[in-house]
Design a protein around this ligand. Structure first.
Ligand code: AMP
Length: 280
């Protein structure tokens, strides 16, 4: 079956309604494009749980701050469409910004607890943009199941909470982080890394490894583990945005680093902001 490409949200919605009327289960994979193996693993996970997979490719301006990389975010629509086709997507939504946001749009979705710390504290308005666009995508693609990556741990938690608290009739699945052989988590933003930055970026996964080893040896003070993580990051000349150890559900800072907690990192590698995390 050939893959459908929609630029108009209402047209994908009509398609989704027809799939549902035919008794088919819809899986949705929201992305900002410039697809890599991490995104493809989400499409695979969606295929296992549905009959037809819809992928959205939309660089959402509302989730970017004024000094962030919206304008230069990497884009390659032709390649993305080929990858979606190869991965077996049934339909792709590739809307222009104007098709997603009316000039006088005035309704936004905010989550008021899980999104306050970590990336939410450093990127004001980010999760408001994420929740708003994901709520819109849910209403457009009408999925039975939506798949997100653990790479964006806080985002997945915020979306789960939105789905629960606003009664979206769908299941949220969170798929594991796909990494390069040397440990670097795949990210569309890795294309920004130049010179020795690619090698220095390994500091993130190495710091998470150090945290994991520390906890495997027995519970220890979170401050102690965060300090060891920060040392690894500094050795790789990475500028720390945050290093946290939090409760896996509430995302509240943990006093002790213990199994089941999550270590999360955001750093600047040169001008590129990178995030990574690991369940300890
Ligand atoms: P993005 O295009 O970066 O907005 O990401 C779209 C989806 O892919 C989100 O649910 C991300 O968490 C997920 N994702 C991004 N990178 C990875 C990765 N390395 N492994 C698994 N999922 C990922």
């Amino acid at each position: 079956m050939s893959m459908l490409i929609f630029q108009i949200p209402e047209e994908m919605q009509a398609w989704a309604l027809a799939q549902r009327a035919a008794g088919l289960r819809i899986g949705l994979v929201p992305t900002m494009g410039y697809l890599h193996a991490g995104h493809l693993s989400l499409i695979d996970a969606a295929k296992k749980r549905s009959d037809v997979v819809a992928v959205s490719i939309f660089v959402n301006p509302v989730q970017f701050g004024p000094n962030e990389d919206f304008a230069k975010y990497p884009r390659d629509e032709a390649r993305d469409l080929a990858l979606c086709r190869e991965a077996g997507a049934a339909a792709v939504l590739l809307p222009p910004v104007a098709a997603m946001y009316a000039p006088d749009a005035s309704v936004y979705v905010t989550e008021e607890r899980l999104g306050n710390g970590l990336c939410g504290a450093r990127r004001p308005g980010h999760f408001r943009g994420v929740c708003t666009v994901v709520a819109k995508l849910f209403n457009i693609a009408l999925p039975h199941v939506a798949v997100f990556g653990q790479k964006d741990y806080q985002q997945a938690a915020v979306i789960r909470r939105m789905v629960r608290d606003l009664n979206f009739p769908l299941e949220v699945v969170v798929a594991p982080i796909v990494r390069e052989a040397d440990g670097l988590a795949l990210s569309s933003r890795n294309v920004y890394l130049v010179g020795d930055e690619r090698a220095r970026a390994l500091g993130l996964s190495r710091a998470l490894q150090v945290a994991s080893e520390a906890v495997a040896a027995g519970p220890c003070a979170a401050g102690e583990v965060r300090g060891r993580m920060a040392e690894v990051l500094e050795r790789h000349a990475l500028k720390v945005d945050y290093v946290e150890i939090v409760d896996a559900e509430t995302l509240e800072p943990a006093a002790a680093a213990a199994r089941g907690h999550v270590a999360l990192i955001a750093v600047y590698c040169g001008r590129t902001r990178l995030i990574d995390n690991r369940v300890l």
